[in-house]
Design a protein around this ligand. Sequence first.
Ligand SMILES: [Fe+2]
Length: 334
Amino acid sequence: MNAIDTRLTTAAARSVYGSVRLGYALIDSPRLAEWKRFGAEGIGMALTDSEPDALAFRTDAHARRLIVRRRPQEDIALGLEIADAGALDTILARLAGRGVRVEEIGGAEAALRGVERLWRFLGPKAMALELFTEAKRAADPAKTLGHGFVTGERGMGHVAITTLKYDATIAFWREIFDARISDFIEDRIGGVNLRFTFLRVNPRHHSIAVAATRGVAMDPFATKIQHMEMQVPTLDDVSDAYRRCRALGFKIMMAVGQHPNDRDVSFYAMSPSGFYFEVGWASQADEDIEAAPQATYQGVSLWGHKPQDQTLGDKLGQMRNAVASLFRNEYAPY
Ligand SMILES: [Fe+2]
């Protein structure tokens, strides 16, 4: 083993648990006008930049948390904030060891995302994952609606991903990011049995949820993420966001309810990009939930979360996607 191999092996052996958080989302969409209303007036983020071809929202001290770039096709890339250069080296060494091609990007592309530099590669389901260590910060407080958003060491929120390659997707998050399993949920939704695994990479109950059908692998969602969640500090903030989204005419896909595992009281609105957007308030600290790790809960909700504005067309669309997915080979990074 030469010196470089030794350094890479040593770096790859270090755990990066606690050094990874969801940092930003870069959404490609042709629907900028709808995103402006949805993000600022509905969800309550602070719109800080509004150009003809790009929008940027803040939820906290970071200069940019959610960026929407005008593109003809819908797509999403996730920015993962890595706490320090050592943890970044570890992750890059693991990717290199598995032959995953990583592109280093600076300049205008990095500035668009509100970071100095980023390291971009394709993760499971061909979703771009972008690593960064230094986010630009704004000098003034974010002018969000209500009481703002819960971020800090927990990151900007969580995402849920449906997959045809359940085991490979979970293995990816565990092997590259040292994700730990918080717990599981099983449920029967729309006639199919689903299993969810909730993965944590920092104190947030989960940053990534992975969902798959049991038995024959099917994916009822055409979007790369099924939903994105942002957490708010009070129950009133959930109630206010729910009422704002309704008043603005955005579809409520699931009305207010509570999840059994993270104890989030939340609702799901349809985002302009076709994935659901969850706004939630946690009734319990994440640390207390960790006391009962790796439980399997039956049912995604303790109460509520009833479909509200879902139409027969939405359900038929999901069935069409599920059937089409049977003939698709989902991308896996290694
Ligand atoms: Fe969620």
